[in-house]
Design a binder for this molecule. Sequence first.
Ligand code: ADP
Ligand code: ZN
Ligand code: ZN
Length: 741
Amino acid sequence: GTGKHCGKRDTPGVAISPRVKVLLPLPLAGAYDYRSSVPLSLKSGDFVAVPLNQRDMIGVVWDSSPEQDIVPVPDHRLRPVTATLPVPPMTPSLRRFIDWVAAYTLSPPGAVLRMAMSVPAALEPPTPQAGWILAGPGGNSQPRITPERARVLAVMRPGEPMAGARIAEAAKVSTGVLRGMAEAGLLRPALLPLASRFARPDPEHPGPALGPEQAAAASALSARAAARAFSVTLLTGVTGSGKTEVYLDAVAECLRQGRQALVLLPEIALSAQWLDRFRARFGVAPALWHSEVGGRTRRETWRAVAEGQAPVVVGARSALFLPFPDLGLIVVDEEHETAFKQEDGVVYHARDMAVVRARLAEAACVLVSATPSLETLTNAQTGRYHALHLPRRHGGATLPEVAMIDLREAPPERGRFLSPPLIAAVEAALGRGEQAMLFLNRRGYAPLTLCRHCGHRLRCPNCTAWLVEHRAQRRLQCHHCGHAESPPAECPECGSAHSLTAVGPGVERVQEEVASLWPEARRIVMASDTMPGPAAAAAAAQAIQDRAVDLIIGTQIVAKGWHFPHLTLVGVVDADLGLAGGDLRAAERTVQLLHQVAGRAGRAEAPGRVLLQSYSPEHPVMKALVSGDLDAFMAEEAAMRRPGHWPPFGRLAALIVSSEDEREADRTARDLGLAAPGGEGVQVLGPAPAPLALLRGRHRRRLLLKTRRDIAVQPLLREWLARVEVPNSVRVQVDVDPVAF
Ligand code: ADP
Ligand code: ZN
Ligand code: ZN
């Protein structure tokens, strides 16, 4: 046998050849062959249990592809599929999506499948704890009906699964009796119906009346959500213009069509305010999907999505891999966010993959941002994407006024970080009873600890990175590998006592300065380490809304989406921070981040003001922020990238070579350099040390493949990697469309 199937895939009940391909959620080269044993009639997409080595494993019956059949296992050596699972089969569109992502990112398909099965327990064959159903007549044996068994049969109704614990209680038997009845053929394990927590959002629930510009955008978007066809729309508009209400209208239209909607948010765990608005619009909460949704909720959500019982899912990037049977709309909010890029395992960009998922599902995709990425803007300008724009803030609120503070002319006091003009502005805002926010995108107390005596700097032993002091916890931490140690009493290099000095500010240090300036002011520090988890963030947001806080000191988590009506002043402590380093997108990203931060100010009646402290106020980034003309800035960015074929006007892929052995890393990187592809429109840069040349104890080198836009990088990468022998101790990670380099 060649392993070829006889057609008719996806037709329920049609048996196919006894040989089936099963993709397992493991980083293997392809699907494995199994034998479909007699009572099972398997079709592509079925979830099955199969033996692998000494255990059973859950996989998905996969469509066969000829190139995977090079060395077929002979029929007699095939092992049989153990069981099919009582969950809806994986749809063809999700299977194609998994194959597509695998091919695009050069990942093993099984590694991508694992993301779609991130809830293996949901797929385990039902256990007695899960539930039982009456087996009904059949079989030739005549099981003995003891009084206990009779009581069980009396409390159960045909066709209705019941939880084991509930049966045991109602029939006053032990769960062992139930297991015995299953062995005797009286009961079968069954999944229990889902709890009612996945209430249906009501599209007719009265939402806020839209302004005329919102209404126009909403009707255009709703038409696309109803079209049952693939489309991509960029929804832009100034911060506070009400983009959320507009796309929630499209979600409502999708629900009217009876299809499912997915909303991707970059920081789902921190979006309590967003959920409030969803509830206000639809009467109920949506289903949530992110890394902190665990255990039983995670399994039930997965199933509810698969069974079509979760009409709206709000999630992080991994929600793209949920088994929606009929996905009609995908919204990517804050589409420019780098949080949508997954850097470990399968390296993919959720914004780009959302477009692919929508295409394969014949769904509408909406990319939302006040500061869209150059990639998306370019696609809108060339007409590949539709574009909708909201030009004004909702409810007559005005955009904040942005001004620079030149730190060369108005320097802070020695060892301090707030300049006199910023201090005066905060003072004035507090005096008016308004809130102020100080933004610094740096956690901890100080980014660097230096010996005043010998100049030694405290470094992470595993990474090319300084240790960051977290004074409140009395720890020095590496923000890349998690290494932590107690601050040494004396310099580890020269042994001097009391010579170690904190250099530069983190939010903790700004909060210390604020405390000394305004001891009376009620302060809150919002950073991922001071506010771990959604509950803490929600409580903080509530306190700010309730005016229980005067001053907010925060890292980038304060930048996104929040609506704080009483906040009128935003001070950016170090506007130059993101511009250091040689990253192609440093300027674009700094504009996006600082514009978002600025957009937190003046969202209600009182006008907002934003002050940017900088040593280079003449930088184009600062000029763009002050003028507010981001279009002009992005046009300049485009003009700079176009001639050299830099993204989005060309394609880029990175190979990261890493090893604990520096010489091995160098040797493999050099071999890759020698075997590099070439030719018209193809260029390889490097090898060079990767941005973190040492990370978690591994030495890292990088090669960049840059091609013209009309050249696909995947075949070049595949052939390139095939030409070079990589020792076991060396890892080569492929990053197609790297976001940071
Ligand atoms: P954006 O996402 O464009 O920054 P939001 O969608 O957060 O803007 O809207 C800003 C504020 O205006 C929010 O508090 C929102 O609840 C409110 N808002 C937006 N549209 C309406 C509307 N049509 N009616 C009432 N309030 C609205
Ligand atoms: Zn020293
Ligand atoms: Zn480290």
